[in-house]
Design a protein around this ligand. Structure first.
Ligand code: ADP
Ligand code: PAZ
Ligand code: K
Length: 255
């Protein structure tokens, strides 16, 4: 069994794989102060909860945008018996050409999602990743990552708004979203959710003006389920894009 571990600024997403099969997916909170033993205990329990044995754990692949946690998670996975632990970064074969000013600067979550997209969807692909930050990027027909956009995440901007405005409550993003709000909560939902959806539609149009029509538009990230249904553009939600992309990278490096 191989674990793919995608460390974002809010959640650590974990996928377990055996040959062609994904055995389970789960998410834990990103907690930079936890030690390797604490993460090892979490991995241990996660495997147990999913009726998997630590004995079967062969290796793992990590993508991390929280640098101090990378060595901690690597050590935790080794404590659980993973002999080989890879990390997305220089020296790892991904099949993706990264053609930006400084490829080493690119967040590993962009890389993981791009590998997932080129593995499963027709190219050129536009990828919309709705995590802590909202990210949009494009992989062209020749499997080249040509660049992207980074904006405040939907929840991050909502929280910032509630924190900064004395009369605005903290709200959840569930339920119906009216276009024209007639009370504070509905007006916030309209602004934040339809605003994000319209921004994404608008950005996809601009990406296509700049890079040509996309053969696929794919979305991932925990907020994709809330925002993508509000978009006008047809977008495929693929919640396991990053962790499946990581496993694809593992396989490319294990021959
Ligand atoms: N059910 C949920 N579980 C986790 N995060 C959620 C959930 N619903 C919304 N969120 C929000 O989604 C964002 C995290 O998305 P995720 O794709 O896990 O991001 P990251 O990889 O940056 O940690 C946070 O802003 C979080 O508040
Ligand atoms: C843009 C990000 C903060 C997004 O993080 P996330 O939403 O996945 O937690 C992360 O990809 C990052 O730190 N990137 C480095 C800068 C870059 O990609 O250009
Ligand atoms: K994550």
């Amino acid at each position: 069994m191989i674990l793919s571990v995608d460390v974002g600024n809010t959640n650590i997403s974990i996928g377990a794989y055996e040959a062609e099969n994904r055995l389970f997916v789960c998410h834990i909170l990103t907690e930079p102060d936890k030690t390797e033993v604490e993460y090892a205990m979490l991995f241990h329990h996660i495997l147990h909860l999913h009726r998997q044995s630590e004995q079967d754990l062969e290796g793992a692949i990590i993508s991390s945008v929280v640098p101090p946690l990378s060595p901690v998670l690597k050590a935790a996975l080794q404590l659980c018996g993973a002999e080989r632990v890879l990390q997305v970064g220089p020296g790892i074969r991904t099949g993706l050409n990264i053609r930006i000013d400084n490829p080493a600067q690119l967040g590993a979550d962009f890389v993981a999602a791009a590998i997932g997209a080129m593995d499963r969807y027709p190219l050129p692909a536009i990828i919309v990743d709705l995590g802590t930050a909202t990210k949009i990027s494009v992989v062209d027909r020749s499997r080249t990552f040509i660049g992207g956009s980074i904006m405040p995440g939907v929840k991050v901007s909502l929280d910032a708004l509630s924190n900064r405005a004395a009369q605005l409550p903290h709200i959840s993003l569930e339920g119906p979203v009216p276009v024209i709000g007639t009370n504070t909560v509905d007006s916030m939902k309209s602004g934040v959710l339809l605003g994000a959806a319209s921004m994404i539609d608008g950005m996809i149009a601009r990406y296509e003006e700049a890079a040509g029509p996309a053969a696929s538009v794919v979305a991932c990230g925990a907020l994709a389920d809330v925002v993508v249904p509000l978009c006008r553009r047809e977008i495929t939600v693929d919640s396991t894009l990053r962790i499946d992309g990581l496993y694809a990278a593992w396989r490319k490096n294990s021959v």
